[in-house]
Design a binder for this molecule. Structure first.
Ligand code: SF4
Ligand code: SF4
Ligand SMILES: [Zn+2]
Length: 294
């Protein structure tokens, strides 16, 4: 388990000072998924983090194609759309965002563009063309899976094209979102009072198997799985219900599923860097306005 903390301070005129001491603990992590427990944050902070992950952390995607030959039954536009949605492994340190690249060229250069070629014909018989048929000039920028179907070719059909991938942001097009899912929810708190008669109705009703009946008592088996749906409380025959479910104040579970374009921990690191940049910019603006007034 890793632990780290982010400190956020912002001073607004003379009114008040906000100070958040945010503690982040990694609950689960694998190649594509990450689940964090965030304590000491509030909803605006969590939402800012989520929005930055989905819309501002850059990833690589095919942005332009040149069709040399297409005798398949699919239109060029459909193929272009499909190619754009193939997640590509992203070399974030090796490339510039096109708008920040010194080349200032619409077409791009080796520092802001990767070329992938597709050249398949079917003299031998029809076949499906997959993402694995794309040949990239950079072995670090390739489709995350070789088995994403692009189109089907019948016998004696051909597809030949050149595709240009660039770094981009989800706020400009969803193809650049580095995640397929990013959510947060309050950290659940479940209390079972002494009035519980262990009838087990709440256990049967829970869709996430959060609760378990052990002898004459009800125990929490998987707290993190709780969605705070309140079905257990509604099923309880006691009035008021002997089970109470609520969200812990200022504690959240943050879930992230990467498209595999970037490792989840890199996505989080980039998101915190971007958020930090925005906060510094805001702080700078406030100082400028204050000095303008005085
Ligand atoms: S709130 Fe919903 S998910 Fe949570 S324990 Fe109750 S029934 Fe299960
Ligand atoms: S439904 Fe209510 S009374 Fe029955 S086991 Fe659950 S908490 Fe206890
Ligand atoms: Zn460039």
């Amino acid at each position: 388990m890793h632990q780290c903390s982010i400190e956020r301070h912002s001073k607004v005129e003379h009114c008040y000072e906000v100070s958040l001491q945010v503690e982040i603990k990694v609950l689960e992590k694998d190649e594509t998924n990450m689940r964090l427990l965030v304590r000491g944050a509030d909803v605006p902070f969590m939402n800012a983090l989520r929005r930055i992950v989905t819309s501002e952390v850059p990833s690589m995607a095919i942005d332009e194609i040149v069709i040399v030959e297409n005798s398949s039954i699919l239109m060029d536009e459909t193929i272009a759309h499909r190619l754009g949605l193939i997640p590509l492994r992203t070399d974030l340190d090796g490339y510039n965002l096109p708008e920040e690249c010194p080349c200032k060229s619409e077409f791009g250069c080796n520092l802001c563009r990767v070329t992938l070629a597709l050249d398949v014909d079917t003299k031998e018989g029809g076949r499906t063309v997959y993402s694995g048929d794309l040949v990239s000039e950079n072995p670090n920028v390739v489709p995350v899976s070789d088995r994403i179907p692009i189109l089907k070719l019948a016998k004696e059909q051909k597809i030949k094209l050149e595709a240009y991938a660039r770094l981009g942001k989800g706020k400009n097009h969803a193809k650049w979102e580095p995640v397929s899912m990013c959510t947060y929810k309050y950290y659940p708190k479940i209390e079972i009072t002494k009035r519980c008669n262990a009838c087990g109705k709440c256990v049967e009703m829970c869709p996430r198997r959060v609760l378990v009946k052990k002898g004459n008592s009800i125990e929490v088996n998987d707290l993190i799985a709780c969605t705070l749906c309140q079905d257990c409380a509604s099923a309880c025959p006691e009035s008021p219900p002997a089970i109470q479910v609520s969200g812990e104040e200022n504690a959240f579970i943050f879930n992230l599923e990467s498209t595999s374009a970037l490792p989840p921990e890199r996505i989080m690191a980039e998101a915190s860097k971007i958020l930090d940049g925005h906060l510094k910019e805001l702080e700078g603006e406030i100082k400028v306005r204050k000095s303008e007034k005085s």
